[in-house]
Design a protein around this ligand. Structure first.
Ligand code: PLP
Ligand code: ZN
Length: 165
């Protein structure tokens, strides 16, 4: 059982039970053990980039390029909500569309934090079209990102969610 050390972009996947690296980004286990693989990034500490989106975490994402986006959660303090709840210093983390607060997640789903790096990865590494099965939220986010990046996707949702995609 030779130890393979092959880099896939900025990270590699390691089995914590035997310590071997697995050079296949679509495997969850090493083959001999049941534990999930763990990504080990080339950058040991997180260096936050200047991007306005999830790509600020570039060093710890499985990607080798980014896309232009301002979709990110925002954190703010709302006086009236604090007062209403009888609290003094409650902060709200919000992922959605609220331009007055600087929030531009147009799908209104936190799944856009997933669809952005996923679609960028597909754009850079794979040929073909992603197929997403979803009750609605993931589908909505992938529809948004596919459109923003000019890429195709096949999105399968229940009939009752279809008009919200
Ligand atoms: C994304 C997600 C789902 C799936 O949501 P869909 O609406 O089917 O896209 C379910 N559970 C959790 C915890 C999730 O994060
Ligand atoms: Zn193993």
């Amino acid at each position: 059982m030779g130890t393979q050390v092959l880099l896939m972009g900025s990270y590699r996947l390691r089995c914590l039970q035997c310590g071997r690296f697995v050079n296949d980004p679509y495997r969850l286990r090493c083959g001999d053990h049941t534990g999930l693989l763990r990504p080990e990034y080339a950058t040991r500490s997180l260096d936050i980039k200047k991007a306005k989106s999830v790509f600020k975490f570039y060093d710890w994402l499985p990607i080798s390029s980014t896309a232009d986006s301002n979709a990110a959660p925002v954190v703010f303090r709302n006086e009236r909500l604090n007062k209403e709840l009888g609290l003094k210093d409650m902060w709200v983390a919000f992922t959605g569309y609220y331009p007055e607060r600087g929030a531009f997640v147009r799908s209104c789903s936190f799944k856009e934090m997933e669809s952005l790096p996923t679609m960028v990865r597909i754009r850079d590494k794979r040929k073909g079209t992603i197929v997403v099965a979803s009750a609605g939220n993931t589908g909505r986010a992938f529809a948004q990102t596919s459109n923003d990046l000019g890429m195709n996707s096949v999105i399968i949702v229940p009939e009752r969610s279809a008009d919200r995609i």
